[in-house]
Design a binder for this molecule. Structure first.
Ligand code: 5GP
Ligand code: ZN
Length: 113
């Protein structure tokens, strides 16, 4: 837990969010500024700054498994969805707590911006 990290504070319940799912290790909630009909963020409860500094491979695997479960549970898995991990400045990462975006509910385009 990093006291000055908004996603740590969301995972702990100190800051409000629209929760989608949680377990001992992960927390999923709706993005405050959705870019698709379904736009959910999945974060580890443990503070990890980014994919680049995430050393726990089991945590990374668990994150993807949790993404898959959430996508199924909210009903976007069959038609499909996009999972995005923005990393550092060129990756467009604005919040320095590892998070996976789940984007669905419409056709995604390629390449991304
Ligand atoms: P990034 O650009 O770092 O990959 O994505 C950060 C995401 O977090 C953005 O999509 C942004 O809308 C979302 N976000 C930032 N602050 C909050 C917040 O306080 N609550 C929620 N639910 N989402 C947030
Ligand atoms: Zn954090």
């Amino acid at each position: 837990m990093s006291a000055d990290c908004i996603f740590c504070r969301i995972a702990s319940g100190e800051l409000p969010s629209r929760e989608v799912a949680q377990d001992e290790r992960f927390f999923a909630f709706h993005d405050i500024d959705p870019k698709a009909p379904t736009h959910i963020l999945v974060i580890p409860r443990a503070h990890v700054a980014s994919l680049d500094t995430a050393m726990d491979e089991a945590l990374l695997g668990g994150l993807l498994a949790f993404v898959r479960k959430v996508a199924r549970d909210v009903g976007v898995a069959e038609l499909g969805y996009r999972t995005v991990l923005n990393t550092n400045r060129h990756g467009g990462q604005a919040v320095a707590h590892l998070h996976a975006h789940i984007l669905g509910g419409r056709q995604m385009t390629w390449p991304p911006g």
